[in-house]
Design a protein. Structure first.
Length: 324
Protein backbone atom coordinates (compact mmCIF):
# COMPACT_ATOMS: atom_id res chain seq x y z
CA UNK A 1 0.00 0.00 0.00
CA UNK A 2 1.49 3.33 -1.05
CA UNK A 3 1.25 6.67 0.75
CA UNK A 4 -1.79 7.85 -1.14
CA UNK A 5 -3.72 4.65 -0.39
CA UNK A 6 -2.79 4.89 3.29
CA UNK A 7 -3.87 8.53 3.43
CA UNK A 8 -7.13 7.66 1.66
CA UNK A 9 -7.72 4.88 4.19
CA UNK A 10 -6.81 6.88 7.29
CA UNK A 11 -8.13 10.30 6.34
CA UNK A 12 -11.82 9.68 7.39
CA UNK A 13 -10.70 8.32 10.76
CA UNK A 14 -8.26 11.17 11.27
CA UNK A 15 -10.88 13.78 10.41
CA UNK A 16 -13.40 12.13 12.75
CA UNK A 17 -10.85 12.02 15.59
CA UNK A 18 -9.93 15.67 15.11
CA UNK A 19 -13.60 16.72 15.10
CA UNK A 20 -14.50 14.68 18.23
CA UNK A 21 -11.22 15.09 20.11
CA UNK A 22 -12.88 17.13 22.90
CA UNK A 23 -15.58 14.54 23.45
CA UNK A 24 -13.06 11.74 23.48
CA UNK A 25 -10.93 13.60 25.98
CA UNK A 26 -13.92 14.14 28.24
CA UNK A 27 -14.82 10.47 27.94
CA UNK A 28 -11.30 9.43 28.88
CA UNK A 29 -11.35 11.73 31.92
CA UNK A 30 -14.74 10.49 33.08
CA UNK A 31 -13.78 6.87 32.51
CA UNK A 32 -10.50 7.29 34.31
CA UNK A 33 -12.15 9.15 37.19
CA UNK A 34 -14.85 6.51 37.53
CA UNK A 35 -12.27 3.77 37.47
CA UNK A 36 -10.16 5.48 40.08
CA UNK A 37 -13.24 6.03 42.27
CA UNK A 38 -14.04 2.35 42.14
CA UNK A 39 -10.49 1.43 42.91
CA UNK A 40 -10.17 3.85 45.75
CA UNK A 41 -13.58 2.83 47.14
CA UNK A 42 -12.64 -0.85 47.15
CA UNK A 43 -9.24 -0.37 48.70
CA UNK A 44 -10.02 2.45 51.08
CA UNK A 45 -8.96 0.28 53.99
CA UNK A 46 -6.07 -1.39 52.16
CA UNK A 47 -2.46 -1.07 53.17
CA UNK A 48 -0.02 1.45 51.65
CA UNK A 49 1.65 -1.14 49.39
CA UNK A 50 -1.70 -2.06 47.92
CA UNK A 51 -2.45 1.65 47.30
CA UNK A 52 0.80 1.99 45.41
CA UNK A 53 0.05 -1.04 43.27
CA UNK A 54 -3.43 0.19 42.36
CA UNK A 55 -2.16 3.69 41.56
CA UNK A 56 0.31 2.25 39.06
CA UNK A 57 -2.45 0.19 37.46
CA UNK A 58 -4.63 3.29 37.13
CA UNK A 59 -1.84 5.32 35.59
CA UNK A 60 -1.00 2.61 33.05
CA UNK A 61 -4.64 2.22 32.17
CA UNK A 62 -4.95 5.94 31.49
CA UNK A 63 -1.83 5.97 29.32
CA UNK A 64 -3.13 2.99 27.36
CA UNK A 65 -6.40 4.73 26.63
CA UNK A 66 -4.59 7.88 25.49
CA UNK A 67 -2.32 5.80 23.25
CA UNK A 68 -5.25 4.00 21.66
CA UNK A 69 -6.87 7.31 20.79
CA UNK A 70 -3.70 9.24 19.77
CA UNK A 71 -1.92 6.53 17.74
CA UNK A 72 -4.20 6.60 14.65
CA UNK A 73 -4.09 10.38 14.63
CA UNK A 74 -0.29 10.40 14.87
CA UNK A 75 0.01 7.83 12.05
CA UNK A 76 -2.33 9.85 9.87
CA UNK A 77 -0.39 13.07 10.45
CA UNK A 78 2.99 11.40 9.79
CA UNK A 79 1.79 9.87 6.53
CA UNK A 80 0.33 13.19 5.39
CA UNK A 81 3.58 14.98 6.28
CA UNK A 82 5.61 12.39 4.35
CA UNK A 83 3.40 12.79 1.29
CA UNK A 84 3.65 16.56 1.49
CA UNK A 85 7.45 16.33 1.73
CA UNK A 86 7.63 14.09 -1.35
CA UNK A 87 5.35 16.46 -3.23
CA UNK A 88 7.58 19.38 -2.27
CA UNK A 89 10.66 17.48 -3.46
CA UNK A 90 9.02 16.68 -6.80
CA UNK A 91 7.99 20.30 -7.21
CA UNK A 92 11.53 21.48 -6.42
CA UNK A 93 12.96 19.04 -8.98
CA UNK A 94 10.48 20.27 -11.56
CA UNK A 95 11.38 23.88 -10.76
CA UNK A 96 15.10 23.10 -11.01
CA UNK A 97 14.52 21.42 -14.38
CA UNK A 98 12.60 24.45 -15.62
CA UNK A 99 15.41 26.74 -14.46
CA UNK A 100 17.96 24.50 -16.17
CA UNK A 101 16.03 24.57 -19.44
CA UNK A 102 15.70 28.34 -19.16
CA UNK A 103 19.43 28.70 -18.59
CA UNK A 104 20.18 26.42 -21.54
CA UNK A 105 17.95 28.55 -23.71
CA UNK A 106 19.67 31.70 -22.51
CA UNK A 107 23.12 30.19 -23.18
CA UNK A 108 22.04 29.12 -26.66
CA UNK A 109 20.81 32.62 -27.39
CA UNK A 110 24.02 34.14 -26.00
CA UNK A 111 26.11 31.74 -28.09
CA UNK A 112 24.28 32.71 -31.29
CA UNK A 113 24.74 36.41 -30.60
CA UNK A 114 28.41 36.00 -29.62
CA UNK A 115 29.21 33.99 -32.75
CA UNK A 116 27.51 36.64 -34.89
CA UNK A 117 29.67 39.34 -33.27
CA UNK A 118 32.80 37.68 -34.69
CA UNK A 119 31.77 38.80 -38.16
CA UNK A 120 31.63 42.47 -37.21
CA UNK A 121 34.20 44.77 -38.78
CA UNK A 122 34.50 46.73 -35.55
CA UNK A 123 37.42 45.31 -33.55
CA UNK A 124 35.82 45.99 -30.19
CA UNK A 125 32.66 44.15 -31.21
CA UNK A 126 34.61 41.15 -32.47
CA UNK A 127 36.68 40.89 -29.31
CA UNK A 128 33.57 41.25 -27.17
CA UNK A 129 32.16 38.24 -29.03
CA UNK A 130 35.35 36.28 -28.30
CA UNK A 131 35.12 37.04 -24.58
CA UNK A 132 31.42 36.18 -24.57
CA UNK A 133 32.21 32.78 -26.09
CA UNK A 134 34.80 32.21 -23.38
CA UNK A 135 32.21 32.85 -20.67
CA UNK A 136 29.71 30.51 -22.33
CA UNK A 137 32.25 27.68 -22.56
CA UNK A 138 33.19 28.20 -18.90
CA UNK A 139 29.54 28.25 -17.80
CA UNK A 140 28.64 24.94 -19.49
CA UNK A 141 31.77 23.06 -20.64
CA UNK A 142 29.92 19.83 -21.36
CA UNK A 143 27.66 21.46 -23.94
CA UNK A 144 29.76 24.31 -25.34
CA UNK A 145 33.48 23.74 -24.81
CA UNK A 146 34.30 22.01 -28.09
CA UNK A 147 31.79 24.10 -30.05
CA UNK A 148 33.28 27.36 -28.80
CA UNK A 149 36.83 26.17 -29.48
CA UNK A 150 35.93 25.13 -33.02
CA UNK A 151 34.30 28.51 -33.67
CA UNK A 152 37.38 30.35 -32.40
CA UNK A 153 39.71 28.21 -34.53
CA UNK A 154 37.56 28.85 -37.58
CA UNK A 155 37.70 32.57 -36.81
CA UNK A 156 41.51 32.44 -36.60
CA UNK A 157 41.87 30.53 -39.87
CA UNK A 158 39.56 32.77 -41.86
CA UNK A 159 40.46 36.08 -40.27
CA UNK A 160 44.21 35.54 -40.45
CA UNK A 161 44.11 34.72 -44.17
CA UNK A 162 41.93 37.72 -44.95
CA UNK A 163 43.81 40.32 -42.90
CA UNK A 164 47.48 39.40 -43.01
CA UNK A 165 49.14 42.61 -41.89
CA UNK A 166 46.58 44.97 -40.33
CA UNK A 167 46.90 45.95 -36.69
CA UNK A 168 43.23 45.31 -35.96
CA UNK A 169 43.46 41.78 -37.28
CA UNK A 170 46.55 41.10 -35.21
CA UNK A 171 44.79 42.31 -32.07
CA UNK A 172 41.73 40.12 -32.68
CA UNK A 173 43.88 37.10 -33.50
CA UNK A 174 45.80 37.50 -30.27
CA UNK A 175 42.58 37.68 -28.29
CA UNK A 176 41.22 34.51 -29.93
CA UNK A 177 44.48 32.63 -29.44
CA UNK A 178 44.67 33.67 -25.80
CA UNK A 179 41.08 32.60 -25.13
CA UNK A 180 41.66 29.20 -26.74
CA UNK A 181 44.73 28.69 -24.57
CA UNK A 182 42.97 29.87 -21.41
CA UNK A 183 40.08 27.47 -21.92
CA UNK A 184 42.46 24.59 -22.57
CA UNK A 185 44.56 25.38 -19.51
CA UNK A 186 41.62 26.05 -17.16
CA UNK A 187 39.16 23.35 -18.20
CA UNK A 188 41.49 20.66 -19.59
CA UNK A 189 38.78 18.82 -21.53
CA UNK A 190 40.80 18.13 -24.69
CA UNK A 191 41.93 14.69 -23.57
CA UNK A 192 38.42 13.69 -22.57
CA UNK A 193 36.92 14.55 -25.95
CA UNK A 194 40.03 13.99 -28.10
CA UNK A 195 39.93 17.52 -29.48
CA UNK A 196 42.81 18.91 -31.58
CA UNK A 197 42.85 22.60 -32.51
CA UNK A 198 42.09 22.72 -36.28
CA UNK A 199 44.37 25.59 -37.37
CA UNK A 200 45.55 24.37 -40.73
CA UNK A 201 46.38 27.09 -43.30
CA UNK A 202 46.25 29.83 -40.65
CA UNK A 203 48.45 32.87 -41.24
CA UNK A 204 50.60 34.23 -38.39
CA UNK A 205 53.12 36.24 -40.39
CA UNK A 206 54.92 38.83 -38.24
CA UNK A 207 52.84 37.71 -35.29
CA UNK A 208 54.17 38.55 -31.82
CA UNK A 209 53.03 37.11 -28.49
CA UNK A 210 54.77 36.83 -25.13
CA UNK A 211 52.07 37.78 -22.61
CA UNK A 212 50.45 34.42 -22.18
CA UNK A 213 51.58 30.82 -22.54
CA UNK A 214 49.89 29.85 -25.77
CA UNK A 215 48.73 26.27 -25.61
CA UNK A 216 48.61 24.75 -29.10
CA UNK A 217 49.60 21.24 -28.14
CA UNK A 218 48.26 18.57 -30.53
CA UNK A 219 47.21 21.32 -32.94
CA UNK A 220 46.82 20.65 -36.65
CA UNK A 221 48.91 23.49 -38.13
CA UNK A 222 49.52 22.02 -41.58
CA UNK A 223 50.40 24.56 -44.25
CA UNK A 224 50.28 27.37 -41.69
CA UNK A 225 52.51 30.43 -41.95
CA UNK A 226 54.73 31.72 -39.12
CA UNK A 227 57.14 33.73 -41.30
CA UNK A 228 59.05 36.29 -39.20
CA UNK A 229 56.80 35.73 -36.19
CA UNK A 230 58.02 36.03 -32.59
CA UNK A 231 56.47 33.74 -30.00
CA UNK A 232 57.67 33.07 -26.47
CA UNK A 233 56.71 30.59 -23.73
CA UNK A 234 54.31 28.65 -25.96
CA UNK A 235 53.71 24.93 -26.25
CA UNK A 236 53.35 23.15 -29.59
CA UNK A 237 53.74 19.68 -28.12
CA UNK A 238 52.74 16.96 -30.62
CA UNK A 239 51.62 19.62 -33.10
CA UNK A 240 51.52 18.93 -36.82
CA UNK A 241 53.49 21.44 -38.96
CA UNK A 242 53.17 19.55 -42.24
CA UNK A 243 54.29 21.82 -45.11
CA UNK A 244 54.21 24.85 -42.81
CA UNK A 245 56.37 27.92 -43.34
CA UNK A 246 58.40 28.92 -40.27
CA UNK A 247 61.19 30.82 -42.03
CA UNK A 248 62.70 33.57 -39.95
CA UNK A 249 60.39 32.79 -36.98
CA UNK A 250 61.76 33.42 -33.49
CA UNK A 251 60.71 30.92 -30.82
CA UNK A 252 62.02 31.41 -27.27
CA UNK A 253 61.30 29.06 -24.36
CA UNK A 254 58.89 27.12 -26.54
CA UNK A 255 58.05 23.43 -26.29
CA UNK A 256 58.08 21.46 -29.57
CA UNK A 257 58.21 17.99 -27.99
CA UNK A 258 56.74 15.43 -30.37
CA UNK A 259 55.96 18.04 -33.04
CA UNK A 260 56.39 16.96 -36.66
CA UNK A 261 57.81 19.18 -39.43
CA UNK A 262 57.43 17.03 -42.54
CA UNK A 263 58.19 19.13 -45.66
CA UNK A 264 58.16 22.31 -43.55
CA UNK A 265 60.29 25.42 -44.27
CA UNK A 266 62.59 26.11 -41.33
CA UNK A 267 65.34 28.25 -42.88
CA UNK A 268 66.65 31.01 -40.61
CA UNK A 269 64.34 29.98 -37.75
CA UNK A 270 65.76 31.31 -34.48
CA UNK A 271 65.50 29.32 -31.25
CA UNK A 272 67.11 29.38 -27.83
CA UNK A 273 68.75 26.49 -26.02
CA UNK A 274 65.57 25.56 -24.15
CA UNK A 275 63.58 25.33 -27.38
CA UNK A 276 66.32 23.36 -29.12
CA UNK A 277 66.15 20.69 -26.41
CA UNK A 278 62.54 19.94 -27.40
CA UNK A 279 62.93 20.26 -31.18
CA UNK A 280 63.26 17.08 -33.23
CA UNK A 281 64.82 17.86 -36.63
CA UNK A 282 65.56 15.78 -39.68
CA UNK A 283 69.36 15.65 -39.34
CA UNK A 284 69.73 14.94 -43.03
CA UNK A 285 67.98 18.19 -43.84
CA UNK A 286 68.51 20.70 -41.02
CA UNK A 287 71.11 21.73 -38.49
CA UNK A 288 71.12 24.18 -35.58
CA UNK A 289 74.11 26.54 -35.66
CA UNK A 290 75.13 28.23 -32.42
CA UNK A 291 75.19 32.00 -32.82
CA UNK A 292 76.02 32.85 -29.22
CA UNK A 293 72.73 33.90 -27.65
CA UNK A 294 70.62 31.83 -30.01
CA UNK A 295 70.65 28.99 -32.52
CA UNK A 296 69.94 29.46 -36.22
CA UNK A 297 68.31 26.65 -38.17
CA UNK A 298 70.09 26.11 -41.50
CA UNK A 299 69.42 23.79 -44.40
CA UNK A 300 72.19 21.29 -45.16
CA UNK A 301 70.49 19.80 -48.22
CA UNK A 302 69.53 22.80 -50.38
CA UNK A 303 69.00 20.67 -53.50
CA UNK A 304 66.35 18.55 -51.82
CA UNK A 305 64.87 21.64 -50.23
CA UNK A 306 64.58 23.40 -53.57
CA UNK A 307 62.82 20.41 -55.05
CA UNK A 308 60.29 20.38 -52.24
CA UNK A 309 59.70 24.12 -52.15
CA UNK A 310 60.67 25.52 -55.50
CA UNK A 311 57.86 28.09 -55.45
CA UNK A 312 58.78 29.70 -52.12
CA UNK A 313 60.84 32.93 -52.11
CA UNK A 314 63.93 33.20 -49.92
CA UNK A 315 63.24 34.39 -46.37
CA UNK A 316 64.77 37.32 -44.56
CA UNK A 317 67.97 36.35 -42.69
CA UNK A 318 66.44 37.38 -39.36
CA UNK A 319 62.95 38.09 -38.02
CA UNK A 320 61.61 41.59 -38.30
CA UNK A 321 60.63 43.70 -35.34
CA UNK A 322 57.30 42.91 -33.79
CA UNK A 323 54.28 44.44 -35.45
CA UNK A 324 51.10 44.71 -33.50
Amino acid sequence: MNDREIIKFLTPAGIWLRRHLIYLGAFVLLFSGFGLWLIFNDVASAEASVWKEFSEIARNLGLLLLGVIGLPLAIWRSVVASSQAKTAIEQSKHTAKQIELLQEGQLADRFTKAAAMLTEKDVAGGEAGIFALREIASADPEAYYQTVQDVLCSFIRNYSRRYKSEYDASSSLKTAMRVISQLRNDLGKDRDIGWRPPLGRAHFKRFYEDRIRLNFSNADLFKSCFVNSRIECATFENANFLESDLRGADFKRTNFSGATFDDARLECMIIDHQTLATLSLDRTMWKATNKGDYFLIECINPFRNSLLHSTHPAPDPAPQSAEE
